[in-house]
Design a protein around this ligand. Structure first.
Ligand code: ZN
Length: 443
């Protein structure tokens, strides 16, 4: 197995981005929800990238304060106008159907149908995404312009869905490391034909797993492909012990748009993963934003609930709800680009590489500075700027390495890229001037 630095150096972000986009293209037409055959079909596609295990939990199972809902599957759904034409057709776009719609077959005038129709007046040409998981309803979503064009009817309405005892399905992959301490990567798989939210997250997570599977690992990695909210609640309810081993985690979402990276910290706010992501984004030299934890959003809400208090952040590009296409038919395969997906995968790998190599060392020559020149670590010709920076990195690592400071602490203190500090530490290790003292198991 190659080490992670090698693995990252060998990453072809262009090819990886194309592969993630190809996955999204294959998965896009599938009608997903929090349960049902769409989730199974999507997990089958993930299995084509990396060998995940698929688990099912029966409807009605109690998970903390919640219950696994009935399984939802749809054969067809439509609204026919008086001429018999399908004016709204689930088969044309699965966003047309309100998620978890109960079955109905009826004939209605527009006035009676109207409360069951959802549109976005401020974006009249797109179909909005709406669901009703926990309250029995049926409904259709359509472009506002189409809604305005509807005559009085009567309309024949049909939702050919089944809501019955079945299962909640999720995917999981564990990549064991030298330590049982675990890094969690979680992506939700419950959205129908929406690309950035969240096929981009599923695709990046699956490709990240594929890359890490071929690398030597200090940490254990656990990947979850779960329906939003109920999936993480169900997983946590059944895995108290495994959850206790989670050292850090990231929720992967909204990773294919062209926006700059955005990170939402864990509830703790200054955990290692929070600082690692901040460092990686800063070192990338591009605009980014960081915000504190908010108990609203994706599954980080459950992982950060006070009973678990896991250090799980949310690393995305433009966050949910802050782009025009969010939760509409505008969030399609053209909205996510292979180049953005590939770079997102690279950022995730950089965060993981930082966590893997963030060690604490002790300076073995702590009484005054060791002489670097005689060990070939000091430039012999003055005036090269790059050389000066390299020397300063060596001096920072030597000065701060009293066993209490990690390389990330040193990079933050010195205001230097983590990679530069890591390179300096490697040179000092090779010269026998440092020794590891954190007890961390090497891969
Ligand atoms: Zn969403």
């Amino acid at each position: 197995m190659s080490d992670l630095a090698q693995c990252l150096a060998e990453l072809d972000t262009e090819a990886a981005g194309a592969s993630i986009h190809a996955f999204a293209t294959a998965a896009f037409p599938i009608c997903r929800s929090i349960t049902g055959d769409g989730v199974r079909a999507t997990l089958d596609l993930v299995r084509g990238i990396v060998p995940i295990d698929v688990y099912e939990i029966a409807s009605g199972t109690e998970v903390f304060d919640w219950q696994i809902p009935p399984e939802w599957n749809v054969r067809d759904a439509w609204i026919r106008d008086p001429s018999g034409a399908r004016v709204v057709d689930f088969r044309a776009h699965n966003l047309h159907l309100l998620g978890y719609s109960v079955p109905v077959h009826d004939r209605l005038r527009l006035e009676a149908l109207r409360p069951h129709l959802y549109s976005l007046p401020e974006q009249p040409d797109v179909i909005p995404y709406r669901t009703s998981y926990y309250r029995e309803r049926w409904g259709f979503c359509l472009p506002h312009r189409m809604l305005q064009g509807l005559g009085d009817g009567p309309y024949e309405v049909c939702v050919d869905s089944r809501l019955e005892a079945g299962h909640l399905t999720y995917g999981e992959l564990v990549l064991p490391g030298a330590s049982e301490e675990t890094i969690l990567i979680s992506a939700h798989i419950c959205h129908p034909s929406l690309a950035n939210d969240n096929l981009s997250g599923v695709g990046v997570a699956a490709h990240l797993a594929r890359h890490l599977a071929g690398c030597a690992r200090r940490y254990t990695y656990r990947f979850l492909f779960i329906p939003g909210t109920i999936g993480s609640i169900a997983w946590l309810a059944g895995h108290r012990q495994e959850a206790a081993a989670i050292h850090a985690g990231l929720v992967a979402a909204n990773l294919g748009d062209g926006g700059s990276f955005h990170y939402q910290r864990s509830r703790r706010g200054d955990s290692e993963v929070d600082r690692a992501v901040a460092r990686v984004l800063e070192d990338a030299g591009l605009p980014f934003a960081i915000q504190d934890f908010v108990p609203f959003g994706y599954d980080e809400r459950q992982f950060n609930s006070p009973g678990f208090a896991l250090d799980v952040g949310l690393l995305s590009r433009t966050p949910w709800g802050r782009y025009r296409e969010y939760h509409t038919s505008g969030d399609n395969l053209d909205f996510i680009r292979p180049e953005h997906l590939g770079i997102s995968l690279g950022r995730y790998l950089e965060v993981i590489q930082l966590l893997e190599t963030n060690r604490r060392y002790r300076n073995r020559q702590p009484f005054c500075e060791p002489q670097l020149g005689k060990r070939g670590l000091y430039r012999t010709v003055g005036g090269q700027q790059g050389g000066r920076e390299r020397e300063l990195d060596l001096l920072w690592v030597l000065n701060q390495s009293d066993g209490s400071k990690s390389l990330l602490d040193i990079a933050e203190r010195a205001g230097r890229p983590f990679k530069a500090v890591r390179t300096a530490a490697d040179a000092l290790l090779a010269a026998d001037l440092l020794e590891a003292c954190d007890g961390a198991q090497s891969p």
